[in-house]
Design a protein around this ligand. Structure first.
Ligand SMILES: [Zn+2]
Length: 581
């Protein structure tokens, strides 16, 4: 079961993590040595030792961070002067580094049209059953919205069906729908992965199903809405429970603020008319009205034999939308590979250039500078690009350096790229994403969120060994951080993606020290105007991490074949299908 570990998960900061997802990493704890997965030996010995590759320059990284997080850049919000300055700066940097325009149209720009939607209740969520009527209170009982790019959306006397966890996962032999037609219906689903007890120890989760304690993508709330839409549901309502969700309902209520999305050619009409959450109390009332018991049906939902339960209720609701559009931009450069054939395959480094812009004053400061989040990632990718250009022998595959917009608005720039790739995803060997770097000195380890997902881990482990360092798994896999930054959009489309994070074991420091520093950042600086360059920053650890990530990309670019997902990974089927074509 996901555990609510920290009181800080009840803070406003989480609202932002929940909404945007970036870099809101919980402080990590050192893992026992036994949790270090063994090398699998799928990676050939390096032809060029790490020590012979070009060096990463920490001063250059710091300089870029200072520029992009300066007050002049106004917090880099999409659609503002901060965007113009950021995009202009990145174009100049790419040009100065001698990198080619990454867009085949000859520019460094990929346009990303965004929509901002502010929804309000036009008609309350009303549940009816033969003469009986129940009304859910907006915000208190139900938080709902419509992603349709339209003045509004509604459901009218739509049949209500309990669809268990709303999951269809072939690799686990799991299908909550079993062919049941839910077109035009309102499905009520449970949050997180199906919580299947371990047959050997019912107090634990079955490690063979849905990653055990780790959250798979099937557990993410975004998946539930996507799956509902694929099934043609008119509305998808997730039952909020604090423990498996990982946050209180107050965080969900933050969704009533303006929400951003991409605009699909169909104006997002393929999405459910209404997406939303209901509280556990509201769900209990709804099930009681149907003559059902929530807990009994919830228990039934943890079986492979579950079939959807029509509740004999009808749901009606209407939502009004206020819309605005923002024309934003991804910035992309290319370093062509040297091999006549393999140059048509790509290794993509990514980092989001955007941050929160100008907002509410904290200690008199209104500019959310975003030095760590994520000027640091952008600066690091630029420095890796510079180093890779010097690397000899020249890499065989090509590199793309992709600085995406609107991560803070829901990973939208990377989503746009993944849905409108400038180079075929089947020819995209890997994504390495950097969202925040280590600013407190060297570590004995480097963390990997989703460790074990793909062969990219083997490349990283090998390079780490050359530095005398080890890999640390994500200390809180139950929170599903793998699904919360830009690399995820590559993974979701099937491209193996690496999500490295700062190590946790600082040289010459206690384990508690590293944790305290991370806590301090999350409490004071995360998504606050004080995320600025600090006098005590020490980027020596970040430089080592960048050296590793550069080596990983270089070696992937030179490998005999592209890296693969591990068997059983939820994105493997998509990749395999893509490569068969
Ligand atoms: Zn952020």
């Amino acid at each position: 079961m996901p555990i609510l570990r920290s009181h800080r998960f009840l803070t406003a900061a989480l609202t932002a993590i929940f909404l945007a997802g970036c870099n809101g990493r919980e402080p990590a704890q050192p893992q026992p040595a036994a949790s270090q997965p063994a090398a699998t030996g799928t990676v050939a010995p390096p032809a060029v030792p790490l020590a012979s590759l070009p060096k990463i320059d920490g001063a250059a990284i710091l300089q870029t961070i200072k520029v992009m997080s300066s007050d002049k850049f106004q917090g880099r919000a999409p659609g503002t002067i901060g965007e113009d300055l950021s995009v202009g700066y990145l174009e100049t940097q790419f040009r100065d580094l001698g990198l080619e325009p990454g867009n085949p149209d000859g520019t460094y720009i990929q346009k990303v049209p965004l929509v901002g939607i502010t929804g309000s209740e036009a008609k309350p969520l009303t549940i009816t059953k033969a003469g009986e009527t129940g009304t859910m209170k907006w915000k208190d009982d139900v938080v709902a919205w419509s992603k349709h790019v339209a003045d509004g959306a509604s459901i009218e006397k739509s049949d209500v069906v309990f669809a268990g966890y709303g999951v269809e996962a072939p690799e686990y032999g799991w299908d909550d729908f079993k062919g049941t037609d839910v077109k035009g219906k309102t499905i009520v689903v449970l949050v997180n992965d199906p919580a299947i007890p371990d047959p050997a120890d019912p107090a634990k989760l079955d490690p063979k199903m849905f990653g055990g304690n780790a959250m798979t993508y099937y557990g993410r709330w975004t998946y539930k809405f996507e799956q509902g839409a694929r099934k043609g549901a008119a509305a998808v309502l997730i039952v909020h429970e604090t423990l498996p969700a990982g946050y209180p309902f107050s965080v969900v209520q933050g969704n009533l603020n303006e929400k951003f999305d991409l605009v699909a050619p169909d104006k997002n009409m393929a999405k459910a008319n209404i997406e939303g959450w209901i509280t556990l109390d509201a769900a209990r009332r709804l099930f009681t009205m149907a003559g059902q018991d929530f807990d009994t049906l919830k228990k039934r939902a943890i079986s492979k034999d579950f079939t959807p339960v029509p509740l004999g209720l009808k749901a009606s609701m209407a939502i009004r939308n206020k819309l605005r559009t923002i024309d934003s931009r991804n910035v992309i450069a290319k370093l062509p590979g040297s091999d006549p054939v393999l140059k048509d395959e790509y290794v993509v480094y990514s980092a989001h250039w955007d941050h929160l812009g100008v907002g509410a004053a904290v200690n008199g400061d209104t500019i959310y500078n975003g030095a760590l989040d994520n000027a640091s990632g952008v600066a690091t990718v630029l420095e890796i690009a510079r180093a890779l250009k010097q690397a000899r022998p020249q890499p065989k595959r090509s590199f793309l350096f992709l600085m995406v917009t609107a991560e803070e608005k829901g990973l939208l720039g990377s989503e746009y790229y993944s849905l409108n790739p400038l180079y075929p995803l089947a020819k995209t060997a890997a994504n390495i994403n950097i969202d925040g770097v280590n600013q407190w000195g060297r570590t004995k380890d480097i963390s990997v969120v989703g460790l074990g997902a793909s062969e990219l881990d083997d490349y990283l482990r090998q390079a780490a060994q050359e530095q005398g360092r080890t890999l640390t798994p994500d200390p809180e896999p139950e929170k599903g951080f793998y699904y919360r930054s830009d690399h995820f959009n590559f993974a979701k489309q099937g491209v193996p993606a690496l999500d490295p994070d700062s190590g946790i074991d600082y040289i010459g420091r206690s384990a508690a020290w590293g944790k305290a520093k991370r806590d301090e950042y999350t409490d004071k600086d995360y998504h606050a105007p004080s995320d600025q360059v600090k006098a005590d920053w020490d980027l020596s650890g970040a430089v080592e991490d960048a050296q590793l990530l550069m080596a990983v990309g270089y070696r992937v670019a030179n490998a005999d074949r592209m890296p693969e997902w591990r068997a059983g990974n939820e994105f493997k089927a998509k990749r395999d299908a893509m490569l068969r074509k």
